[in-house]
Design a binder for this molecule. Structure first.
Ligand code: NAD
Ligand code: WQD
Length: 336
């Protein structure tokens, strides 16, 4: 019988793509989401893509009663925990909400898992735990720190998992440090759909391309990078999703924890991203140079070799694929 995987935040950007890859790999999947940052229509789209009904619990990871119901009603083999608040700027204004959702949410989930004898969890961490990186590409044993409340919550969650793992050898955690997820599903049915003005580069460029926003503000062109603009490691969301399948499979099969970067190992500048998106959408995109954004680092890209060695992970999609699938998704979204 297929193992059942619980996805908290499974209706979100990365969770929805992971749902598709897990079903394709033969797993049964259950979603728990409170739809605070996703739309219920995502579920219908997942049914179209996967060709089968989707099992959803609408509820909050902060609510022990809904967690109890999921673990009683479903025979969960492992959990992938996406549910979190993720806007860096907002995290400074709402530290209590961020710490509550991200840290208490994880602790609630671990308590429910412990009660029901489920000891495998994949955790959505972030390259943000490297703070201002000292070495490029960034290896997993680089020092950890934080430059904002969101980053603080991810670091505390990682440390919480380390404490729990040390307490009982039955626990096994896959800590996945994502670099910069980008792109959308090939079908154009799911993708990133921020409610407000996007904070992140790719969704912002996408809205300039559709005409919803007038121009991109490039945050600084005086960094020590080849063209002076910030360099990041953009990874296609479908590659990222497949990394979760590999991670959860490794946890179930080996019972060993792992902490790995999920990136491509390549960095692209803001201006390179803009040019690549122009090729995808077929028209020029307006931009102007603005001051640096507080807390930004000049460059960040992964050493992806550990994920390859431990999980067999390798990103297969390139920047053109990210821009093409993003454009396909946002242009459909605008016309529906
Ligand atoms: P997202 O906001 O699209 O998805 C998160 C999902 O969790 C949403 O569907 C939301 O409704 C749900 N959710 C939020 N709070 C909840 C709660 N209390 N109970 C139940 N559901 C809740 O975000 P995403 O980009 O898919 O990110 C997924 C995870 O990956 C997050 O933990 C995020 O911090 C992490 N991450 C994201 C990025 C990125 O750039 N997108 C980078 C690194 C790490
Ligand atoms: C990328 C580059 C900006 C917007 C953040 C979080 C990180 C992770 C991913 C969750 C930078 C530049 C951006 C714009 C710009 N999230 N930029 N104009 O900052 O690497 O990471 O999202 O875990 O924790 O910190 O990503 O997409 O915001 O920025 O010039 O309107 O684009 O300065 O160089 P970042 P980003």
């Amino acid at each position: 019988m297929a193992d059942t995987i619980l996805l908290t935040g499974g209706a979100g950007y990365i969770g929805s793509h992971t749902y598709v890859e897990l079903v394709a790999a033969g797993y049964d999947v259950v979603i728990l989401d409170n739809f605070s940052n996703s739309r219920p229509e995502v579920i219908d789209r997942l049914e179209v893509i996967s060709g089968a009904p989707v099992t959803v619990y609408t509820g909050d990871v902060l609510d022990p009663a809904v967690l109890e119901r999921v673990f009683v009603e479903r025979n969960i083999a492992a959990v992938i925990h996406f549910a979190a608040l993720k806007a860096v700027g907002e995290s400074a204004e709402k530290p209590i909400e961020y710490i509550q959702t991200n840290v208490s949410g994880l602790v609630n989930l671990l308590a429910a898992m412990k009660k029901h004898g489920v000891h495998r969890l994949v955790f959505s961490s972030s390259a943000t735990v490297y703070g201002e990186p000292e070495t490029l590409p960034i290896p997993e044993d680089a020092p950890r720190s934080y430059t904002n409340t969101y980053g603080f919550t991810k670091l505390v969650c990682e440390q919480t998992l380390e404490q729990v793992a040390a307490s009982d050898p039955r626990w096994a955690f896959g800590t996945l440090r994502y670099f910069n997820p980008a792109g959308a599903h090939d079908t154009g049915l799911i993708g990133e759909d921020p409610n407000d003005i996007p904070n992140n580069l790719m969704p912002y460029i996408a809205k300039v391309a559709t005409g919803e926003l007038e121009r991109l503000s490039v945050f600084g062109n005086d960094y020590e990078t080849p063209d002076g603009t910030g360099v990041r490691d953009y990874i296609h969301v479908v590659d990222l999703a497949r990394g979760h399948v590999q991670s959860v499979r490794a946890l179930i099969e080996s019972g060993e924890s792992h902490t790995v970067n999920l990136g491509t190992g390549k960095g692209y500048s803001v201006l390179e991203m803009l040019k690549s998106y122009e090729s995808a959408c077929g028209h020029e995109l307006a931009y102007s140079i603005a001051p640096r954004r507080a807390g930004d680092v000049a460059a960040s890209f992964a050493d992806p070799s550990k994920a390859h060695a431990i999980l067999g992970f390798q990103a297969e999609r390139d920047l053109d694929d990210m821009c093409r699938t993003s454009w396909n998704w946002v242009s459909r979204l605008k016309n529906t």
